[in-house]
Design a protein around this ligand. Structure first.
Ligand code: GUN
Length: 300
C-alpha cells in the first residue's frame, strides 16, 4: 500500500508556481492577481479565506480580499462581480460560499465571467468541461486529477466508482475521468487520465458494496465517516477519500478530530494506493486554486 501524499505533492506544486511567478516578475511582467469576495462573518469561511490569502502570498500571487457585510444586497454584489469581470488587473476572483440566504447563489455565480472563474463553479465552466472545451476545473476535482497524475495512476479503461453527486466534487470528477483526455490540464500527461468507465453512486444507490467491489478506483465524496469499509474494496484498488468529517475525540486538545469517509485502518491494507485524511486530497484543493489563477492569467 502506498500513501498518496497530498501534503508533499502540494508543496512541490507550490514551489513550481513560486518559480513561474518569479520568472514573470524577473521578466518585468505583472504578477497574477486573485480577488476573494467574502460576505458576512461565517467563521469557517473566514478561515478558508485566510488560508487562501496565505497560500497566494507564499507563491507570490497578489491577493486582495473584498469583504462585505451580511446585509449587502444581491444587486450590490452583482455590481461588484461586474466590476471585477471588467477590471483588467484582476486575473481571477472567487465569491466565498455560502452566501446569506437573501442572495441567490446561482445568480451570483452565473454572473462571473468564466475566464475569471478560478473556482470553476460557473454554469459556463461546468458546461464547457462537459463539452470538452477548455475550461477552469473546480479545485477538488482538479486536485484529485493532479494527485492521480503525479503518482502515474492511469485511469484509461479502468472502472472508477464515484460515491457522491455534488456539483463541486462528484459530478465534475466523474466527467473529467470519463472524457477523452485531449482536455488534459497543462501539467498532465495526456495519455494517463480520462477514458475511464465511471459509475456514480449516491444515497439512493442500491447495493453500493457490490458496485464498489468491481472498482479499480473508488473516489468517496459523501461526507459520511467510515462509509467505505473493507468488505467494499477489492485487493489492489486505489481509494481517494474526499471526506472531511469532525468526530468527537475527548483525547484531542480540540475535542474533535478530522476523519474521512473511509474506514482507513481496515481499508488501507487491501489497497494499492490510498489517500490519508488529513494530508491527502485536502492540501491539493488550495493549490488547485493557485494553479487556476495562473491558468486564468496565462489565458489572457
Ligand atoms: N466554500 C467552501 N468551499 C468553497 C470553495 O471551494 N469555493 C467557494 N467559493 N466557496 C467555498
Amino acid at each position: 500500500m502506498i500513501l498518496l501524499d497530498g501534503k508533499h505533492i502540494a508543496a512541490t506544486i507550490r514551489q513550481e508556481i513560486r518559480e513561474q511567478v518569479e520568472q514573470l516578475r524577473a521578466a518585468g511582467c505583472r504578477v497574477p492577481k486573485l480577488v476573494i469576495v467574502i460576505v458576512g462573518h461565517n467563521p469557517a469561511s473566514e478561515t478558508y479565506v485566510a488560508n487562501k490569502m496565505k497560500a497566494c502570498a507564499e507563491v507570490g500571487i497578489e491577493a486582495e480580499k473584498r469583504a462585505f457585510e451580511a446585509s449587502v444586497t444581491e444587486a450590490e454584489l452583482l455590481a461588484e462581480v461586474a466590476r471585477l469581470n471588467s477590471d483588467p488587473s484582476v486575473d481571477g476572483f472567487i465569491v466565498q460560499l455560502p452566501l446569506p440566504e437573501h442572495i441567490a447563489e446561482t445568480a451570483i455565480l452565473s454572473a462571473i465571467d468564466y475566464r475569471k472563474d478560478v473556482d470553476g463553479l460557473t454554469p459556463a465552466n461546468v458546461g464547457r468541461t462537459v463539452q470538452g472545451l477548455p475550461s477552469i476545473v473546480s479545485a477538488t476535482p482538479r486536485g484529485i486529477r493532479e494527485l492521480l497524475a503525479r503518482y502515474h495512476i492511469a485511469t484509461e479503461g479502468k472502472h472508477v466508482v464515484v460515491i457522491g453527486r455534488s456539483n463541486i466534487v462528484g459530478k465534475p470528477i466523474a466527467m473529467l475521468l470519463m472524457q477523452r483526455p485531449y482536455l488534459s490540464l497543462p501539467s498532465m500527461s495526456a495519455a494517463s487520465l480520462g477514458n475511464a468507465t465511471v459509475t456514480v453512486c449516491h444515497s439512493k444507490t442500491q447495493d453500493l458494496a457490490s458496485i464498489c467491489r468491481t472498482a479499480d478506483i473508488i473516489i468517496v465524496a459523501a461526507g459520511s465517516p467510515k462509509l467505505l469499509t473493507a468488505d467494499m474494496v477489492r485487493e489492489g484498488a486505489t481509494v481517494i477519500d474526499v471526506g472531511i468529517n469532525r468526530v468527537d475525540d475527548p483525547a484531542s486538545p480540540k475535542g474533535y478530530r478530522l476523519v474521512g469517509d473511509v474506514d482507513f485502518e481496515q481499508v488501507a491494507p487491501k489497497t494499492a494506493y490510498i489517500t490519508p485524511v488529513p494530508g491527502g486530497v485536502g492540501p491539493m484543493t488550495i493549490v488547485s486554486l493557485l494553479q487556476n489563477t495562473l491558468q486564468a492569467y496565462s489565458n489572457d
